[in-house]
Design a binder for this molecule. Structure first.
Ligand SMILES: [Zn+2]
Length: 207
């Protein structure tokens, strides 16, 4: 009796180890719903943190997630959500509250003369103007608030040349390359946008 009892206990333990081992190994398949849900939550969390870090002043709406409830493929769901976020990004309005005045002592003798456009050519002191605007606008995009380096920035004319805008510093503002492309497209619909940095930044989060 004693011996049989031992046998029973040992075989039970072996069975338990096998069952738990099996469940542990295939846990993602057995509890797929839970894991998928969890992966999606992690992804959304990560996406929100990334957006907050790169574009701290922009607010994004995640309500599109509800429309994706019945999408069975988790990757398709993640890409669809990102595309919706990028769409929100590209349709945001450019709001320029005010451009801080640069002190007159920092200006140079040909400043006023070169501020007036001649035959749509950039003024010869354009790079000097760009360097001043880059510092004045805190090295960050004045539309999406992304912190940028000077190579990845562009100067946008608040009042365009076609609208008799001039190169005075008050008419210039710093934008990131994405926002610059988006704003130019709004002015000139013949332009096309082939590439946006935000797409790379967010698509890299898909798992
Ligand atoms: Zn921007």
């Amino acid at each position: 009796m004693n011996f049989l009892g031992m046998d029973f206990i040992i075989s039970s333990i072996i069975w338990l180890i096998l069952v738990f081992g099996f469940m542990f190994t295939f846990r993602k398949k057995i509890f797929s719903f839970y894991y998928k849900q969890n992966d999606m939550e992690l992804f959304v969390n990560n996406l929100q943190k990334t957006l907050q870090k790169i574009y701290p002043k922009l607010k994004f709406d995640f309500s599109f997630l509800e429309k994706l409830e019945n999408e069975p493929n988790p990757q398709a769901k993640q890409y669809a959500l990102i595309d919706n976020i990028i769409n929100q990004y590209t349709t945001k309005d450019l709001v320029i509250k005010s451009t801080p005045i640069v002190p007159t002592k920092e200006l140079w003798s040909s400043y006023v003369l070169n501020s007036k456009p001649i035959s749509k050519k950039l003024p010869e002191d354009w790079l000097k103007r760009k360097a001043i605007i880059f510092q004045r606008d805190d090295k960050s995009c004045q539309k999406c608030s992304k912190v940028i380096d000077i190579k990845n920035s562009d100067i946008y004319m608040i009042k365009s040349l076609n609208d008799s805008g001039q190169y005075y510093l008050e008419n210039l503002t710093l934008l990131c390359l994405d926002c610059f492309k988006i704003e130019n497209l709004k002015r000139d619909e013949s332009k096309t946008i082939k590439y946006l940095d935000i797409k790379d930044e967010l698509y890299s989060l898909v798992k």
